[in-house]
Each structure stands twice: as C-alpha cells, then as structure tokens.
Design a protein around this ligand. Structure first.
Ligand code: MSP
Length: 538
C-alpha cells in the first residue's frame, strides 16, 4: 500500500489523485474524458486495495481563452462558465461514470481566497518582483512562449513562427507584470528529480523535463495586466493572477491549503496533501513538473509525489481538439457502446503514456471480440448452464482435478500481475492480464464440455465442479474488472448471486485470488447479455 500516515493528525493519508482542471471555453471531447477515465479507474482500483482515496477533478475557468469565448458568445464570463459547467462539464462525469470525491471550480471563493494567500506567502518569501514582459503568448496554451518552443509555419503561416500545438502564430505581448523568480529553483529542482526519478513518468517525460531544467530556468510572469477575468493580485488588484498560476493551485486549495490546521479543512489538507499522482496530458507537463513544484518550494509546501504524462488521442495524426473541429463528444461513443466499453477501449487499446488514434472500426472490433464474444459470452454460457442443469442453484465443486487447480493458480498470478501493472499506471497490461484469464476460462469450458458431462449421470460431480469453477472464476473477474467497468460488473455480480459477499466495490484486490468465495447454493440467473452484439457503428 502506498498510503502513509500523516504526521500531523495520526490519520491515514489518502491516496490523492488529480486530473488537470479543464478549460471551459468549450464543451468536453474524448481527449478530456480520457484523462478523467484513467483517473477514475486508478482511484477505484486503489479503493479496492483497501486504501483511503481522494479523487479530484474540476474546471479551469479564468484566462483569456475563456474570456474571449464568453465575449464571442455575447454573455459575461461568469454566465459563460456557469452554463458550460452545469450543462456540459458536470454531466460528462456521469456520462463516463466517474466517481470523483470533489469537483473544483476556480471561480469558487474557497479557491480564490487560498490562491491569494499562497501568492502573498511567496511574495513574503521574496520570490516575486515587478517588471515589464515582452514576448510571444499562445492564447490556446495560455502560455508565455520561448523562441525554442515555436516551429516554422507552413501554408498561410509560411515565414512565421507558430505554436506547434495550436498551429497558429502567437500574440505579441507587452505589459507590466509581476514576476515569479523561477530561476532561483533550477538547482533545487534538478537535485529533487535526481533523488526522485519516479516523480516524473514515463521516462521520456522525465528526460524532457530534466533537459529543460538543465537548460536553465528564466523568471516568468505570475500576473497579467491586460486581462480582467481572473483572481486579483492581492497587493495590486488591477492585475489578475496569470491563469496557470491560479489553476495549478487547485490541487492544494481543493483539499484545504491555507486553512487553519485545526479546522476540518486544515485536517483534510494534512491527511491528503501532497498529491500521489497528478495525471496530465503531455502538452502540460512543463507546468506540472517545473513551475508547480517550484511554486510549492517557494511557498514552503511539500511536493507532489508523481506527475504522469499521458499521450494524446489523435485524429489524422494530430491532437484531437475542438478548435480544430476534430473533437468527438464522449456521448457520441457512449450512447452506442455504453460507458463501460468506452472505459475499456481507451485504457486497453492505447498504452498509457503514448499517443493513440481512435477509430470506430477498431472500437467495434474489440467490443465484439473481447467484450461480446469473450467475457459476455462466457458469462451468459455459465449462467445459462447453471440454469439448465442445476435449476439456477450454484452447485458444489466436489471433484476438483488438474484443470481446476491450473485455473486457481492462474488466478493468483493474474491478480498479482494486474495489481502491479495498474498501480504503475500500465492500464493496458493490467487489463490484458485479466483478459487472458478470461480466455483461459473460456478454453477450460471448451475442453471440459459440460454439455457432454450433463448427458451422463455418472459425470454429475464433474459437471457440478466445472460449473462452480466457471462461476467462481467470473466472481474474480467481476472484482478485478470492477474499477474498469463498474456498471457491467455490477450486473455480473448480481447474475452470479454474489451479493451475499458484500458490495462489489468493497471486494479487495488482495483477497480476490482466494478460491471458493462464491457460496454454494446461491441463485445464479441468466440476465440480459452483458455486452449485446451491436449492429452498425453510428
Ligand atoms: N486548463 C489546463 C489545465 C490546468 S491543470 C492545473 C488545460 N486544460 S485543457 O482543457 O486544455 O486540457 C486538459 C487536459 O485534457 C490536458 O491533460 C490535455 O492533455 C487533455 N487533452 C486535451 N486534448 C487531448 C487529446 N486530444 N488527447 C488526450 N488528452 C487531451 O490544459
């Protein structure tokens, strides 16, 4: 278990995972849902390891991008964000079936007050000064760019330097700002990451960050004087805090940073911070692995334990994005395949940390072969046979042999391998381990031929043993796949008559391979097909 005891209160520290907070300039697409889904699967997994868990997601509401979207929409920024949060960003959590513990909005007073307190503190520590800024700014990234960040444009931008993420030239800024003295942290960050190489993953992300830091860090604006939609700089309220230096703080403010240590919020902070994992897309790695820890160092707060940078969902070889009109809404996929298949597909088909392309054909093919024909077919065969041969009552296994022992052993290694992979955020390997176990159980059914055993009363004990073995294997699959596919595994749990074992979400990963948990005599029912065959893709 990765949980540790929080020194201040003696309470168990939560495994604390965050997603980035999403810009509410527009509605969510599957690239956003991808990060949230990964976070949800991982936190459900840790809960089933018996750990205390805190899962935070939310929205980033300030900045130029949101302000301009509101102006274009003919409403105030507050009206714009209220509408999108209510009608798009909160509902998408239901759509993907996320069980987050909190949802932070950066327009909330709890956030704004604590952000101001944080920057007061950093200023008192001597790391903030006033100076003019002049240089390129990408509104899409909400980022002050360096010459080395830009690439030569082509087509209509031939001869100009453009942002490689947004494919457009930057705006040229010239304004009086407050600066954060990032340069003071170059050596401390290098020392921190040399001592804690696991703090940035995957390895390619670690190398990228280290080479950026080793190149030397320049001071960076922490305020904007030409933007009005943001949190006022406490000592100069005509300026607002630069949107990233407001947004990054959500991870700490949401769990009570800057509150009285003896208050409930202060106790939550002591038992939750630092974050165990910040999940981020690779495009926002520098903010999370360079600026954010430097800010925390400047304030004297503990650093997050790990930043994991995942890849992009691509369309036509480019990052899917609303601004390029390539965004697919999660509901477009989920209305057809369901939330469980969505969660399964994106974490199984794309190695976490690498880019991947979504295609309807690939999703349909995997749905049919792995979910409908693989797990779904196994579950419906098992429940149907218990119905047909045992009147729906789970029989006892009284004639175990080699084949049963082999499956029991395979379950032990499956659970161990899946656990090791999942806690390392190698979702694809973890899922594949369970999928291979399902294939082995399907192979066992084919070899044992229970429909043949059912014909001869002399084979009754073997028939019952085979049926018990299949159902008990499915019990373990329901537990191991519950973090990934909570709705369908709940259905399976009900079909197996496993409710007497307690709630599915409370079944422990570390106990899943103990054989023989499904009680003999429970009612097994053939319900609706878990993964019905689907006709055409939409
Ligand atoms: N608001 C900032 C994050 C602030 S966190 C303190 C932001 N927002 S975002 O809405 O643009 O992106 C949020 C997350 O969605 C990022 O991790 C980003 O990588 C992810 N994705 C956006 N498009 C994506 C894909 N096409 N594919 C995968 N993830 C993508 O950045």
């Amino acid at each position: 278990m990765s949980s540790t005891v929080a020194a201040e209160s003696g309470a168990e520290k939560a495994f604390y995972l965050t997603t980035p907070i999403y810009y509410v300039n527009d509605a969510p697409h599957i690239g956003h849902a991808y990060t949230t889904t990964a976070g949800d699967v991982l936190t459900r997994w840790h809960r089933q390891r018996g750990e205390k868990v805190w899962f935070l997601t939310g929205v980033d509401e300030h900045g130029t991008k949101v302000q301009r979207a509101a102006v274009a929409g003919g409403v105030t920024p507050q009206q714009w964000v209220d509408n999108l949060v209510e009608n798009e960003w909160l509902p998408v959590l239901q759509t993907v079936d996320a069980a987050n513990d909190d949802f932070i909005r950066t327009t909330e007073p709890r956030h704004a007050e604590r952000v101001q307190r944080f920057w007061e503190q950093v200023r008192e520590h001597g790391f903030v000064y006033s100076a003019p800024y002049e240089g390129p700014y990408c509104v899409g990234c909400e980022e002050f760019k360096f010459a080395a960040d830009l690439v030569p444009g082509t087509g209509e931008y031939e001869g100009q330097q453009i942002c490689p993420v947004h494919g457009r030239p930057c705006e040229q800024l010239q304004e009086e700002n407050w600066f954060f003295q990032l340069s003071a942290f170059t050596e401390r960050l290098i020392a921190h990451y040399e001592a804690n190489p696991e703090a940035i993953q995957p390895r390619s992300a670690y190398n990228e960050v280290m080479s950026f830091i080793r190149g030397g860090l320049a001071d960076i604006s922490m305020s904007r004087s030409s933007v009005s939609w943001g949190i006022p700089v406490p000592w100069e309220p005509s300026q607002v805090i630069y949107v990233w230096f407001d947004a990054l703080l959500n991870y700490a403010t949401a769990v009570g940073y800057g509150t009285d240590p003896s208050s409930p919020e202060g106790e939550q902070y002591a038992n939750t911070w630092p974050a165990d994992v910040h999940l981020v897309g690779k495009d926002i790695l520098r903010f999370h692995a360079v600026y954010w820890p430097a800010m925390l160092m400047a304030a004297g707060a503990p650093l997050p334990r790990k930043v994991f940078a995942h890849g992009w969902l691509l369309v036509g070889g480019e990052k899917m994005s609303k601004s390029k009109l390539t965004g697919i809404a999660p509901s477009q996929i989920i209305d057809h395949f369901g939330s469980d298949a969505f969660r399964y597909y994106f974490l199984r088909a794309i190695a976490f940390g690498q880019d991947g392309s979504f295609s309807w054909e690939d999703m349909s093919a995997r749905y049919t072969s792995e979910l409908a024909n693989g797990l779904g077919n196994l579950a419906s065969r098992a429940t149907a046979m218990v119905g047909r041969y045992c009147e729906g009552i789970l029989p006892a296994a009284t004639a175990n042999g080699e084949a049963e022992r082999a499956l029991q052993e395979l379950l032990v290694s499956t659970a161990a391998n899946a656990d090791a992979a999942m806690v390392a955020l190698d979702f694809s390997t973890g899922i594949t381990a369970v999928k291979e176990f399902i294939e082995a159980v399907n192979g066992y059914v084919t070899e044992q031929e229970p429909w043949v055993l059912a014909k001869d009363p002399a084979d009754r004990a073997r028939l019952e043993t085979v049926l018990y073995t299949i159902c008990e294997s499915l019990r373990a699959v329901a537990v191991l796949y519950n973090p990934l596919m909570p709705k369908k595994m709940q259905d399976l749990w009900g079909q197996l008559g496993a409710d007497g074992l307690g709630a599915l979400a409370e079944q422990r990963i570390d106990g899943v391979a103990v054989w023989g948990q499904l009680p003999v005599g429970v009612s097994v029912t053939k319900g609706d097909s878990l993964f019905p065959r689907l006709e055409d893709t939409p």
